[in-house]
Design a protein around this ligand. Structure first.
Ligand SMILES: Nc1nc2c(c(=O)[nH]1)N[C@H]1C(S)=C(S)[C@@H](COP(=O)(O)OP(=O)(O)OC[C@H]3O[C@@H](n4cnc5c(=O)[nH]c(N)nc54)[C@H](O)[C@@H]3O)O[C@H]1N2
Ligand SMILES: Nc1nc2c(c(=O)[nH]1)N[C@H]1C(S)=C(S)[C@@H](COP(=O)(O)OP(=O)(O)OC[C@H]3O[C@@H](n4cnc5c(=O)[nH]c(N)nc54)[C@H](O)[C@@H]3O)O[C@H]1N2
Ligand code: SF4
Ligand SMILES: [Mo]
Length: 681
């Protein structure tokens, strides 16, 4: 037990661009304060409200502190406490029975980004699933369309250094709302604007970011590919593009020209809802106000044509020669900047056979008993699919299967945990050791434990060591590596960007920047994809005006529902902390007053949103932040707040055009008033 206050360096592990450095103060084995690290170049001494209130999360009544065994029907949330020994003995017996009788593929891991530390996200877990030959999970729920399109155009997921933003003179925030999702980008943007940069937000909603910067191009949802292709055609036709840059550094201009040919300014304006002079003026500024930074968010690609949109926006970054200047270029993600030794950490060499791959967006289908061979065991960690996966009724139906063994390693008794046969307690970040990269900035950081885990909680690495032990693999050398050894393996590389960033150096200097300069221009200064940047189109099925229009019209479901990130929660994480939801104590949908008249609903009414897949209940709020025909509801509430359902009742398992990505924002619904007798909320 500790006495006297003690400070350690922590790292926010939640799924957020900012990956803040945190100063954690602990006394008597209790966290007494968490705040943004003062000397951190990105965090700059402030964390967001979610982390400022973290004690509420650490000590929340929903927190799972001990192993739990299900005693009531599935989904009832009835459990009794047991010991780790009892749980692991029984789980080991059940898993071994499944492995022997149905094979490794009958086991499905399901995880995403509950904790983005490299150990917590992908290390011992991957080793375990490789070694038992489990079905492989394609982790597509967030960025798959963007990743695939990005890889096609640029080769790898790297972009400009966020700290170079202040050099930019024209900044386009394309489908991203940093006031909510990337708050530490705001001081950088503010500085650029103070220095005279022009900034525009392209978003179907009037977001908090639009409120801050004013300049807004409001387009129809899902039409970014068209807008970008229309601009691209105009740039090429009017010879407004950087011909010299294109000739030197890219390939595929002829194929590009041919592909964008249908998108005249008139057609582009008609489909996107953006007026012709606005498109022309935007095109002109993109080319002529340099350095140009296009900062694209993931909202753009959660659509049927999401990958095409990323490709088309990327083409603008090439046509305008934006990479010529420090501070310029296109930024979606910097996650591949970090040359972590993933092979050593995750050990793909342990993989037994060539197990099938299951797209996590189709968990509903995967849990169907009709799947051959069926999934017999589901092991969930770092994720809450009962709330966050699309086509929720299919997911919940799967989780209700009596012949499915569901094991959930969690911090909270989430919607998913309530369906589990076994719930095992997971540690929170002030309780564990880890190393973090970021998908936005360029710092490697050490997360030092401040306290011991609450109750009997264990880290993800320890959970998988125990699972390995339970199925008789505990003495394999891969299962014996300690967390310190795992970190050393992860950082074991000769890559110059990681030079000197080691286990030892992180002890005294827990925040270290990749060995790159702010002035380094992506691709130009650190290597091109060998073949050049690609302007030629993604290998999609041929599409034109008709296909775009046709894909998005269904008279039965006249409203377009968008469910983006909420400022005070991160997906379902934090959504059980009531003090963070004071503005929205119950599930809420925002609707344009014009639509409210058409649908005959008033501010504050209880409504049902529905489509072919399912329905959920919400309170209506009048708002001109949405256009007529568009609804907004922030993602995502716990199902427990909505009579066992949330907005993912309405989203679908349909995959995007390329890369197997999500189509969360491509959701069509209808709406009706709730009947008085329905006590839905
Ligand atoms: N506070 C907070 N921070 C978060 C999260 C959170 O839930 N809360 N989630 C984290 C995660 S998991 C992720 S992936 C990132 C996501 O953060 P972002 O990359 O910012 O993406 P989204 O929140 O999905 O959507 C961003 C914007 O895209 C807009 N959008 C929707 N459809 C379209 C369209 O068709 N065209 C255009 N141009 N814009 C569109 C939405 O209106 C929204 O304003 O944020 C992370 N950070
Ligand atoms: N309708 C709609 N649905 C969406 C989206 C949307 O925009 N609209 N966005 C999608 C996107 S972008 C994403 S990324 C997904 C995210 O979906 P999920 O991966 O389900 O993310 P969270 O809801 O944040 O749930 C993470 C869970 O991990 C747990 N956790 C945190 N740290 C740890 C740990 O160290 N160990 C273990 N074992 N558990 C831990 C948390 O308690 C939490 O319950 O949601 C998707 N769902
Ligand atoms: S959620 Fe994001 S902004 Fe908040 S502390 Fe974590 S990394 Fe920083
Ligand atoms: Mo995400």
């Amino acid at each position: 037990m500790m006495t006297g206050a003690r400070k350690v360096h922590g790292v926010c592990p939640h799924d957020c661009y900012d990956t803040c450095g945190l100063e954690i103060t602990a006394q008597d084995n209790q966290v007494i304060r968490i705040r943004g690290e003062q000397n951190h170049p990105i965090t700059q001494g402030f964390a967001c409200l979610k982390i400022n209130r973290y004690q509420e999360r650490l000590n929340h009544p929903d927190r799972v502190l001990y192993p739990l065994r299900r005693t009531g029907p599935k989904g009832s949330g009835k459990f009794t406490r047991c010991t780790w020994d009892e749980a692991m003995t029984e789980i080991g017996r059940q898993l071994q029975h499944i492995l022997q009788n149905y094979g490794g593929e009958a086991v499905l891991p399901y995880s995403f980004s509950g904790n983005l530390g490299i150990l917590s996200e992908a290390s011992m877990d991957r080793r375990f699933f490789h070694a038992i030959g489990a079905s492989r999970l394609a982790r597509t729920i967030c960025t798959a369309s963007a990743d695939a399109a990005w890889k096609w155009v640029y080769g790898s997921r790297i972009g400009p250094d966020p700290e170079s933003i202040s050099h930019a003179r024209f900044i386009v925030l394309w489908g991203t709302n940093p006031v909510a999702t990337n708050i530490h980008q705001i001081p950088l943007l503010d500085k650029a604007v103070e220095q005279g940069a022009d900034l525009v937000v392209i978003d179907p909603l009037q977001t908090e970011t639009v409120d801050r910067y004013g300049s807004h191009i409001r387009l129809n949802p899902g039409t970014d590919a068209v807008l970008a292709m229309g601009i691209g055609r105009y740039l090429v036709d009017e010879k407004l593009y950087d011909a010299d840059f294109v000739a030197h550094y890219s390939v595929g201009l002829d194929a590009y020209r041919q592909f964008v040919e249908p998108w005249t300014l008139e057609k582009t304006a008609a489909l996107t809802g953006v007026k012709k002079p606005v498109i022309q003026q935007l095109a002109w500024r993109l080319k002529n106000v340099q350095p140009l930074l296009i900062r694209t968010g993931y909202g753009v690609q959660r659509h049927q044509y999401g990958a095409l949109a990323i490709w088309a926006i990327s083409a603008l970054s090439i046509l305008t020669g934006s990479y010529r200047h420090p501070g310029g270029g296109h930024l979606v993600s910097n996650s591949e900047m970090f040359p972590i030794n993933w092979e050593k950490l995750t050990r793909p060499d342990l993989l037994r056979g060539n197990p099938r791959e299951i797209n996590m967006l189709q968990l509903g289908n995967a849990l169907s008993p009709a799947l051959n061979p069926p999934i017999k065991a589901l092991i969930v960690y770092n994720s809450n699919p009962a709330a966050t996966a699309p086509d929720q009724s299919a997911v919940l139906q799967g989780l209700m299967r009596d012949d499915l063994l569901t094991i959930v390693h969690e911090q909270m008794l989430t919607d998913t945990a309530r369906y589990a046969d076994w719930v095992l307690p997971a540690a929170m970040f002030p309780e564990i050791l880890d190393v973090h990269t970021s998908y936005w900035h360029r710092y490697v950081q050490l997360n030092q434990p401040a306290v011991t885990p609450a109750g009997e909680a264990v880290s993800n690495t320890e959970f998988f060591r125990r699972l390995a032990q339970a199925v008789g693999l505990g003495r394999e050398s891969w299962a014996l590596d300690s967390d310190e050894t795992l970190i050393k393996q992860a950082l074991d590389t000769d890559h110059p960007w990681l030079q000197g960033i080691t286990w030892d150096s992180l002890q005294s200097k827990p925040v270290q920047k990749l060995r790159l300069s702010i002035e380094d221009r992506p691709f130009i200064d650190f290597g091109w994809p060998q073949s050049g940047l690609r302007l030629d189109p993604l290998p999609l099925i041929g599409m034109g005006f008709k296909e775009f229009v046709g894909a998005n019209v269904d008279d039965r479901y006249p409203l377009w529902l968008i469910t983006p990130s909420r400022k005070n929660t991160i997906k379902s994480s934090f959504a059980n902390i009531k003090s963070l939801l004071v503005k929205e104590p119950v599930p809420t949908v925002y609707m344009h007053p014009q639509d409210m008249k058409i649908f005959n609903v008033n501010h504050g009414d209880k409504v049902e949103l529905y489509n072919d897949r399912g329905s959920c209940h919400m309170i209506v709020h009048a708002s001109e932040r949405v256009s007529p025909g568009v609804l907004l509801s922030y993602a995502v509430r716990w199902n427990a707040d909505g009579n066992g359902k949330n907005v993912n009742q309405l989203t679908s398992q349909t995959l995007s055009d390329y890369g197997g990505g999500s189509t969360f924002y491509n959701t069509r619904v209808n709406m009706k008033l709730c009947q008085q007798e329905e006590s839905c909320l």
